[in-house]
Design a binder for this molecule. Sequence first.
Ligand code: FES
Length: 172
Amino acid sequence: MSSQVIASTKNRARVLTEAEISEIEHEKTLYPDNQAVGLEALKIVQNHQGWVSDESLLAIAEYLDLSVADLEGVATFFNLIYRQPVGRNVILYCDSVSCWICRGDDIKNYLSERLSIDYGQTTEDNEFTLIPVPCLGDCNNAPVMMVGQDLHRNLTKAGIDEIIDQYRNKNA
Ligand code: FES
């Protein structure tokens, strides 16, 4: 976060919810200092809010007495901390070598076509956000992607159609 953004968001920290505070307090018992709790607190807020807004980031920094710039650095380093709003379903698409060898690129292009989005984008209906990730640890079943907490293996174009329908219907 630039100093300009920090200045413009000053005093705009939102109030953390009781549930968020309770979970952050639990993490504090597991780590030696607040610096180490920062990433867990970002994950907790993201779980509750869907993403980490500037206001949320400021609230965590204030609560843990951390530097906003340091916490922003942590959030930026871990690309699974979303600093912009995301769709109801986040698709984490493996773009590492085993999946690539197994025509992962073709499948990804098909997925992008079906959803009319590329990496880093969200569908117009706010249903899906597509994000590239390194190896998901299931190379034997490449190509692989996650939708939310669900792992989908051995992806095919027909499989992509089914998966998209499955999540669209789930949220219908
Ligand atoms: S390279 Fe895709 S799961 Fe390992």
